[in-house]
Structures are given as structure tokens and as C-alpha cells.
Ligand binder design. Structure first.
Ligand code: ATP
Ligand code: MG
Length: 487
């Protein structure tokens, strides 16, 4: 049996808390602001750190110092997408890191709710083999299990569901919720009701006092003692603390089983490998892209500037300008490149552009067998990503063009744009750029074309933990760097 010392009674007798019993019965800490709840949680965390894995949901960044003294990993919630957050939650359990989820830099309560919900889901939804015991401390629990209607419906429902799972269904999975709140009346009743241990600090509002006496099964009059508590003093009650209410002066701070009775399992020694690789690396792609050594640099992507300029000039499109006749006779490819470079061409139909191309060829006296419309369209897609004429001896790019032959116009242009970024190890272009290469200003359209290409198996799309997109080309062995799809 593992007891930790919480503090002392008024007659200086040590009061202990039994950790095994706590795992099965959870704990609620309540007290007005300044009553010493966070100090109390810190005392619990510090004292229990050698015995059991710990996770702290920290809305104020109060617990980040635990990292230096006790080795907790601090997770900066604002750096990750909700999906990334869920994945990190799962990895924290799989690798049994003690961790602090720091939510202080989330912009609003809604964001705090969303990220905490995702993280808790990750902790909860792991395979049975990872159901080791872990204490989950939630400070300011009224944010994450509100009785009222704070935040958006979607975030509130998600975080409430995650908290109910933690408190009601967590025990079998080894999760033990320890929640602290300033305002019992603002905490969802079903979450508070799951706790069988209580530490009540100074409470002034009648409504909170009423809830506290209900929860503890105390007469209302007796609950009046909560009013007179000084900071750092709590009334403790519950199977892991004491069978009868006991006043405790909280001590100082320094900075598994399946079903049945949960047992304490201390976290193992730190796993080999760096925490960055284990917790924070992008998930492995489902389609393995074997990265080849980087190819020689190709021409820079001037396209981006061109495209943005094109978008600005979009309405109404200027008439297509055709090349002036010059001394040097251009090739058919040169003419297509000029046509593609014309800002007005972005928003014209392919058949109009073909007519423009034929006219331009006549103007520069390019005779002989010209391209048919299908070849023209194929070359146009290439030109639109700035790869026509094809650089001499560029076999890599030739392969990419050959791979793009499975697609028609629009799909081909997006495929080539992404392939170019991948080949040059550049960030994955955002949806808005995918759209622009199609002559569209709808990001949704850009994204739809990418999804279509993906369903054909030509590319493998994944996200890193921040929600940035990575597009891999399994047949070419190339992969883009992560890029924000929403820029
Ligand atoms: N047992 C204690 N011994 C010494 N100092 C304490 C004790 N409990 C609380 N304090 C001090 O009292 C102050 C308020 O405590 P704490 O921050 O824990 O309050 P809180 O209940 O978490 O308030 P809030 O709800 O505003 O976060 C802190 O400076 C803390 O160091
Ligand atoms: Mg606090």
C-alpha cells in the first residue's frame, strides 16, 4: 500500500492519502480562488511522482515548472491541430510519459476546450495493453466540465464527453481523475458525482456551499465550517483520506490492472530515443515514401508570385496577348510557355487557349505539324507549373511528367504543382495555390482535386501534428515538406 503525506491535522498529526484507493475512487478539490487548490494539486503531484504516471491539464501554465524538477514533458497545446493533440495524448499513454498539457497560450476558452477534449480522447482511446495507471489532474475543471453553456456547442460537448469518460469509464482503463474547481456550482454535476474523495477549501458562496454539503452528505449547517478555512487548509473526506471529515493543513511543495482493483505501476525508466522523435514526430505515412537524395535544384517557383498576380487580375480577364514576332524562332513549347505565363490565360478555357496558341504560332511564322489539342493541354499543365520547356537532361522531371499522364488537365496541373514542390523539398502548397493553378479562386476546389488524385493512389497525403500537410509521391520517392493548407 502506498501512502503519501498530504499535510497535518491541527494537532500536527500527519494525514496521508492512499494512492491505490485513490486510483479507484478519484478526488474532487474545491475552494474559492486563493484557497490553495493549485498548491494542493502540486503537493499531490510531487509526492506521488515517484509512484505513478501523471498527466496535468493546465489551463494557466501553472505546472510547467514540474518539467525541471520531475521531468514532466510540457506540451504546448497551441502548436498542434486537434488531430495532432489526440495523437500526442495516445503516445503519452503508450510511452508513459508524465506530461503537462499547457493550454495557457490558446486564444480562447473554446480553443482550450477543443484541445483538452482531443488530448483526453487520445489518453482514453488506447489499446488495452496501454491501460497502465495514470493520475489525470485537471485544474480549473469547471472550464472542461461546465455546468453552463460556455464555449461553442461543439467544443463544449466534446470536452464534456471526454471528462465524463475520464471520470466515469476511466477506472478500468487505469485513468484516475483528480479535479479542482473554484466554483462547484459551475461544475457539471455528473462529473463531480463520480468522486468519492473530497478536499474542501474555503468556500464563500451559498450556492457552492449547498452543492458541497450535498456531495459530502453533510448537514448544511456543518458545511458552514468551509467559510472559516484559511488558505492552505482543507477539510478532507473519503475512502483514500479519512472516513470522517478531518481538517488538514496542506504541506509544503518543492516544486494497472484490468477491471478489478487497479494497482500502482511506477513509470518505467525513460525510453531510449529522444522525446521529440517519440512524441512529436509526424505520424508515419500509410504509404511509405522512400526518400531519395535530393535532386539538383530546379528553377525556382516564380509561379507563386505569378499566380497571386493572376488572381488579383482575375476580373475581368484581360485579352490574351500573343508573342510578338522576333528574330529567333521560338519552339512550340516556348509559345505554350508564353501563353501560360499570360495572366489573362489563367481564367480562360483550354479550347480558347488552344485557339490562342494556334494564332500565336502563325504570328511567329511557326509552321509545320503543330500539337493537337490533347498534347497542347498536356504541355499547358506543365507550363503552368513553370516546367516547360523541360530542362535539358532532367530525367527526374521527365518521370514526373510521365506519371502525370494518368490524369487529365486539372488533375494533371495539381499533380505537377505538388510534384514540383516535392522534388524541390519545398513546403506543400496551400489549397489556394492548388486552386489558382486550375484557374480557380476556390480553395475548396483545389482541395477537392487533391482528394481525387489521392483516391487514385498517385499521392499519399498525411498531416504532421500541427495539421500541416505533407504530400508524398510513392512512385517517385519524393515528398513535400509540411505546409499549411489554409494559407
Ligand atoms: N498550504 C500552503 N502553504 C503555503 N502556501 C500556500 C498553501 N496553500 C496555498 N498557498 C499559497 O497561497 C496562494 C494561493 O494558492 P493557490 O494558487 O494554490 O490558490 P488557488 O485556490 O489555486 O487559486 P485560484 O483558484 O485562483 O487558482 C499561493 O501563493 C500559494 O503559494
Ligand atoms: Mg489555482
Amino acid at each position: 500500500m502506498t501512502d503519501i503525506v498530504l499535510g497535518t491535522t491541527t494537532s500536527k498529526i500527519a494525514v496521508t492519502l492512499n494512492l491505490e484507493e485513490l486510483l479507484a475512487t478519484r478526488l474532487l478539490v474545491q475552494g474559492n480562488s486563493g484557497s490553495g487548490k493549485s498548491h494542493l494539486l502540486r503537493r499531490l503531484i510531487e509526492q506521488s511522482a515517484p509512484y505513478v504516471q501523471q498527466v496535468i491539464i493546465d489551463p494557466e501554465g501553472d505546472y510547467v515548472q514540474l518539467a525541471d524538477r520531475y521531468g514532466h514533458v510540457v506540451i504546448a497545446a497551441q502548436d498542434y491541430s486537434a488531430k495532432g493533440m489526440e495523437e500526442i495524448g495516445a503516445r503519452v499513454r503508450q510511452h508513459r510519459y508524465s506530461a503537462v498539457l499547457n493550454l495557457e497560450h490558446m486564444q480562447d476558452i473554446d480553443g482550450q476546450m477543443r484541445q483538452a477534449a482531443a488530448f483526453l480522447r487520445g489518453l482514453f482511446e488506447v489499446e488495452r495493453e496501454h491501460w497502465h495507471s495514470v493520475l489525470v489532474f485537471v485544474d480549473e475543471a469547471q472550464i472542461f466540465a461546465p455546468a453552463g453553456t460556455e464555449g461553442s456547442d461543439e467544443s463544449r460537448k466534446a470536452v464534456l464527453a471526454a471528462m465524463v469518460n475520464l471520470m466515469c469509464r476511466g477506472r478500468k482503463r487505469g485513468l484516475c481523475g483528480i479535479i479542482a474547481t473554484q466554483r462547484l456550482a459551475k461544475l457539471a454535476k455528473n462529473v463531480a458525482a463520480e468522486c468519492a474523495n473530497f478536499l474542501m477549501g474555503r468556500t464563500l458562496l451559498d450556492i457552492d456551499m449547498g452543492r458541497a454539503s450535498d456531495l459530502l452528505g453533510m448537514e448544511r449547517k456543518k458545511a458552514e465550517i468551509f467559510r472559516d478555512l484559511t488558505p492552505g487548509r482543507f477539510i478532507g473526506l473519503g475512502s483514500a483520506i479519512a472516513r470522517r471529515p478531518i481538517e488538514i493543513s496542506i504541506g509544503s511543495v518543492e516544486t494497472a490492472g484490468r477491471g478489478g482493483t487497479p494497482t500502482l505501476v511506477p513509470p518505467p525508466p525513460m525510453p531510449e530515443g529522444s522525446v521529440d522523435e517519440i512524441l512529436f514526430a509526424a505520424p508515419q505515412p500509410t504509404v511509405i515514401v522512400e526518400r531519395r537524395p535530393p535532386p539538383p535544384p530546379a528553377p525556382p517557383m516564380e509561379l507563386v508570385a505569378d499566380l497571386i498576380e493572376a488572381a488579383e487580375l482575375a476580373a475581368p480577364p484581360p485579352p490574351l496577348t500573343v508573342p510578338e514576332p522576333t528574330g529567333d524562332k521560338p519552339s512550340f513549347d516556348d509559345v505554350i510557355a508564353r501563353v501560360a505565363a499570360d495572366p489573362g490565360s489563367r481564367f480562360m478555357s483550354a479550347s480558347d487557349l488552344y485557339q490562342g496558341f494556334l494564332q500565336a504560332c502563325r504570328l511567329v511564322s511557326l509552321n509545320g505539324r503543330t500539337y493537337d489539342q490533347a498534347t497542347f493541354r498536356r504541355k499547358l499543365a506543365q507550363a503552368r507549373v513553370g516546367m516547360l520547356p523541360m530542362p535539358e537532361g532532367d530525367d527526374d522531371w521527365r518521370q514526373a511528367v510521365a506519371a502525370s499522364d494518368q490524369f487529365q488537365d486539372e488533375d494533371r496541373a495539381v499533380f505537377l504543382l505538388l510534384a514540383k514542390a516535392a522534388r524541390q523539398r519545398e513546403a506543400c502548397p496551400p489549397d489556394s495555390l492548388l486552386a489558382l493553378v486550375l484557374g480557380s479562386q476556390s480553395s475548396r476546389r483545389g482541395r477537392a482535386i487533391l482528394s481525387h488524385i489521392e483516391t487514385r493512389g498517385a499521392v499519399a497525403v498525411r498531416e504532421d501534428l500541427s495539421g500541416r500537410r505533407i504530400v508524398g509521391f510513392p512512385s517517385l520517392g519524393w515528398e513535400t515538406e509540411p505546409g499549411d493548407p489554409n494559407l
